[in-house]
Write a protein of this length. Structure first.
Lengths: 294, 277
């Protein structure tokens, strides 16, 4: 019996080993190393470095104005992006599902941006904002479009949101559509017989029964918008100045561009991890409680 | 609801959908029509249909952006990554799902918990690790690193899928004299087809379009993937819109063609992946 248990354990280890090695090398060790360096003043090159305890964390949160403003900018972006992406995706899913024809066509159109690289599609938007919209604004009726879309941080914030909704809705739409299709038909019919209006239907039938999809989609958007990089890089590269710098950009700037403060950058990376972890944990715990079974 | 308000409701929904469709198609449409124009034509009339359709811009973009080489690099990265992820995770996911022991549960939890680590948290030390292992500076090395980052999610998906495959199959294969490994590759792996397809789709989109990790790991334009080449191109010729736009359209074509062929399965795969993931 004992030897059979050993054999099973041995064969388990053999099957898991290739994946585990990759996982160890490229995920676990970098994570531990990063946590370790976050307590040092290592510059990424020297052989020697000193321990600075929580010094990096204190500096990042108390003294680093650029980091604090990048957190603030990212936080504003996260709130708006999560709300807008989910509202638009849910609205589109409801509208598409209420139609009989052209469901597939609309789904393809709204999903298309997800196939393209964020960098490539955002460059298309750069063209739109720097050439096409100024041309539209020459037309008298559309004069209000004459804004500095990429050059003024307070406008660029909305530019970033416009592009992020464009690129982020596709996956959410698929999840919401699948959830809406999963609502039992008899519940809808019963509600209609009871005289429910469309907004009643939405509030008392649809919304409670797609709660699990809401949990997933809000989790996904929280995650992706805290980690946003490619889009902002391609659209404004954090500029003008640091006006639209997001957290990930600030970390990269610290680690590579000129500063070479590896240890300090690592501690900022850990702060980002903790922010995402705490917020998504709270979100999932609260939203899981509200889910109901059909 | 009476028929008048129903018609109004349907009309409004149609208008909203149409407006949104314009918003979604607009940048792609603009990029495509302007990619056929000359620079002066773009400056003169950006909104109009091109005066003549010529593929000259495309030829230039293809040559100057070194599309062939960077396309091949992208294929190497994507193929290495997907191959590594599918083989390693199917083995691990299958065995972890079949074995009921504390070690097995513990290993599985370890893989799943790591899905919460954002790439941005480990990118700095990961780059150092890749350099130490000699994986920096080659598309193949990048593919290997990507496999390491992708196994956890794939193991999670395989683990769930294997539960639906009857255990009797493993046992009967072993009674027939198959070794454990042979049984896996001949009998189990083919049955994992649907979830393997989902995993391939999810990782294809990620690897083909990834930006930040390739930026950190590839340091020479000869190793660049398509996205990096386009990024470099954009910086270099930032006012030469005909060249830029045709390179943007050209580099998006492969993935759009794949999407057009496999649309239904891709959408199914992404929905499954997201809902279970």
């Amino acid at each position: 019996m004992r030897s059979r248990g050993n054999r099973a354990a041995f064969s388990l280890i053999l099957f898991v080993l290739p994946a585990f090695l990759l996982y160890l090398l490229f995920l676990v060790i970098p994570m531990f190393q990063g946590s370790y360096y976050s307590f040092t003043d290592w510059n990424g090159l020297n052989k020697t470095y000193d321990f600075v305890g929580f010094g990096n964390f204190v500096e990042a949160l108390r003294d680093d104005r650029n980091f604090r403003s990048s957190i603030w900018f990212t936080a504003k972006f996260v709130v708006c992006a999560v709300v807008l992406q989910n509202v638009v995706a849910l609205l589109l899913a409801l509208l598409i599902e209420s139609r009989k024809k052209a469901k597939g066509l609309f789904r393809t159109i709204f999903f298309m941006p997800n196939m393209l690289s964020v960098i490539i599609s955002t460059f298309m938007w750069v063209f739109v904002f720097s050439k096409v919209i100024p041309a539209l604004a020459e037309n008298g009726a559309l004069k209000f479009l004459n804004l500095s879309w990429l050059g003024d941080p307070s406008v660029s914030f909305w530019t970033i949101l416009i592009v992020s909704v464009w690129g982020g809705v596709g996956t959410l739409l698929l999840i919401y559509m699948a959830a809406i299709q999963g609502i039992p038909q008899h519940l809808k019919e019963a509600a209609i017989i009871d005289g429910a209006q469309p907004h009643h239907m939405f509030r008392y039938i649809t919304l409670p029964l797609i709660a699990h999809a809401l949990t997933i989609c809000i989790f996904l958007t929280l995650n992706s918008s805290f980690k946003v990089y490619d889009l902002v890089y391609a659209l404004t590269n954090g500029g003008p100045g640091r006006g639209t710098q997001v957290i990930t950009m600030n970390i990269l700037e610290e680690a590579y561009q000129g500063n070479n403060r590896y240890g300090y950058a690592s501690s900022k990376a850990i702060i980002l991890f903790l922010i995402i972890l705490v917020i998504t944990m709270i979100q999932v715990t609260i939203m899981k409680k509200r889910e109901v079974e059909a | 609801m009476n028929s008048l308000s129903r018609r109004m409701y349907s009309g409004i929904s149609w208008i909203v959908l149409a407006l949104m469709a314009i918003y979604f198609l607009f940048p792609i449409y603009m990029a495509i029509i302007n990619s056929f124009k000359t620079q002066s034509e773009i400056y003169r009339s950006v909104l109009s249909w091109p005066a003549s359709i010529s593929f000259e811009n495309y030829g230039n973009a293809f040559k100057q952006a070194n599309m062939l080489k960077s396309g091949l690099n992208t294929i190497v990265v994507t193929a290495t990554g997907i191959f590594g992820i599918v083989i390693c995770s199917s083995l691990a996911g299958y065995k972890l799902s079949r074995t009921r022991s504390r070690l097995s549960n513990w290993l599985f939890m370890l893989f799943v918990a790591s899905m919460l680590i954002p790439f941005q948290t480990i990118m700095v030390t990961l780059t150092k690790m890749a350099r130490d292992l000699g994986l920096q500076g080659s598309p193949f090395g990048l593919g290997v690193v990507c496999a390491g980052l992708g196994v956890n999610m794939a193991i999670f998906l395989y683990h769930g899928f294997v539960k639906g495959i009857p255990r009797e199959l493993d046992e009967s294969a072993q009674i027939d004299g198959c070794g454990e490994w042979k049984a896996f590759f001949l009998i189990i792996f083919p049955l994992l087809g649907p979830i393997t397809f989902t995993i391939i789709v999810l990782n294809l989109l990620w690897l083909w379009n990834d930006f930040l990790l390739p930026v950190l790991l590839l340091n020479d334009y000869r190793q660049y993937t398509l996205v990096l080449t386009i990024n470099m191109f954009f910086g270099k010729y930032s006012r030469d819109w005909p060249l830029i736009l045709s390179s943007l359209v050209l580099s998006s074509l492969p993935i759009v063609v794949i999407f057009a062929f496999f649309q239904r399965w891709i959408i199914q795969g992404i929905t499954d992946g997201a809902v279970k993931g």
